[in-house]
Design a protein around this ligand. Structure first.
Ligand SMILES: [Zn+2]
Length: 423
């Protein structure tokens, strides 16, 4: 027998551990790959620009500067996404309300162009929870439509039915700024924190109409009182399509424990959003660079993702070349100052699981609307989410719930409530 001295023993042990370590990592990655392939992955919040839905420039192509297109979805194994009809809150004049309604229709038309004219062989619009699974099994990608901000319905609330006919399957009452239907989490500068004490009578009516039509209600962007009112007034489970946990990062866009518990008793789901400033405090160094940038362009200080309204209104009053210059410098700061990664995102998922259980949590990107964290900057990196979930010990059944099972359960419940209301 060959004599192995103590030094050699130690060396051998280290080598052995190293090779086991990497084999272990390989096996985690293999396990995650298998789970990722077998799981229906669904992102509840993808913002769009109708300009990216034309014959010349569309999701069938790999688009520069666009986080979600079909090649990136294929590469990252992202199967399904809610494409968003978002319209920013404007004033209550008839002209502005009518323009908002038209802007919403333009986004509906863009999504329909994708699924019916431009890319019908690769992506299909789901109108029911059963459609989602059926389309996914057929090998196509699944598009769904969510409406962010009910402001376009201030023009005429009866249009909710038309939105449903166009495929809308969830709606949030507000975005930034209060509106006819509810208080927002983010009042306009000068506005009081609340003008309706939560959801207004018009909002309550909209909730009941959405319940009858089978449209899920989304509490993201609502004030805390509005969120609790929506949960309370809705006769079906609700969702938070893109929010995070207030107890980990205090922010009015995030849900505190009281709202999380209300969501659990309502049998709803929160889709934790990959939005840096809702997940983790902006690092001091990054904030300093952003403030220097603000000074250079004579803008209010702060991060555009939390102080966007004030910064944008000052920026967009400036010459066009300033706007371009500002954004290229802002992008450079974002690129070079790391701030929130997949691990931070899954910390929020873990929190919800511990607080209200595995049946009430999902994932969303908010790509196109400011979303993205290190490791999940676009749809092509979607596998990294599953990998982190596997690393944290989530089982395949857990991961299936997180990625789509919980949302599809809520959606089916909402459909059942709508069907019952017709009897
Ligand atoms: Zn949003």
């Amino acid at each position: 027998m060959q004599h192995i001295g103590p030094m050699n023993n130690l060396l051998y042990a280290i080598l052995l551990a190293a090779s086991f370590g990497s084999a272990f990592a390989d096996s985690i990655e293999d396990t995650a790959r298998g789970i990722h392939t077998r799981t229906l992955t669904l992102d509840t919040h993808i913002d769009i620009n109708p300009k990216d839905f034309t014959t010349e420039r569309n999701p069938g192509m790999r688009l520069d500067g666009v986080a979600v297109d079909l090649p990136k979805m294929n590469e990252g194994g992202l199967d399904a996404g809610f494409f968003i009809v978002y319209v920013g809150q404007g004033d209550a004049t008839l002209k502005a309300r009518k323009a908002a309604h038209e802007k919403a229709l333009e986004k509906f038309r863009a999504i329909h162009r994708m699924t019916e004219e431009i890319n019908p062989d690769t992506i299909q619009l789901a109108l029911s929870s059963a459609d989602v699974t059926r389309i996914w099994r057929s090998g196509k990608k699944v598009a769904m439509i969510g409406v962010e901000n009910a402001y376009p319905l201030e023009y005429d609330q009866a249009y909710l039915k038309d939105f449903h006919d166009l495929g809308a399957r969830y709606i949030s009452l507000t975005h930034n700024k209060h509106n006819l239907f509810a208080d927002s989490n983010y009042p306009k500068a000068g506005e009081p924190a609340s003008i309706h004490n939560g959801v207004s009578d018009a909002g309550r009516n909209l909730i009941s109409e959405a319940n009858k039509l089978g449209i899920m209600l989304d509490i993201s962007h609502a004030s805390k009182k509005s969120a609790l009112d929506i949960i309370n007034y809705s006769s079906a489970p609700v969702i938070a399509s893109h929010s995070a946990v207030d107890n980990l990062l205090p922010h009015s866009r995030n849900l505190d424990d009281e709202v999380l518990k209300a969501l659990k008793s309502n049998n709803g789901v929160v889709h934790i959003v990959a939005f840096r400033s809702y997940l983790k405090e902006t690092p001091h160094e990054k904030m300093q660079r952003l403030n220097e940038l603000a000074e250079e362009f004579n803008l209010p200080k702060g991060d555009i993702w939390s102080e966007g309204d004030r910064i944008f209104s000052a920026l967009f009053a400036q010459p066009k070349e300033n706007i371009g210059a500002y954004f290229s410098k802002w992008k450079e700061i974002t690129r070079t100052s790391p701030h929130a990664d997949i691990s931070d995102l899954i910390d929020h998922v873990d929190y919800v699981v511990n607080k209200i259980g595995i049946d009430h949590v999902g994932i969303s990107s908010d790509f196109g609307g400011g979303g993205g964290v290190d490791g999940w900057e676009d749809a092509s990196q979607t596998f990294n989410i599953t990998l982190e979930l596997v690393r944290r010990g989530y089982t395949e059944a857990d991961i299936a719930k997180i990625w789509s099972g919980n949302l599809l359960r809520v959606w089916a419940d909402v459909e059942a409530v709508a069907a019952a209301s017709k009897q």
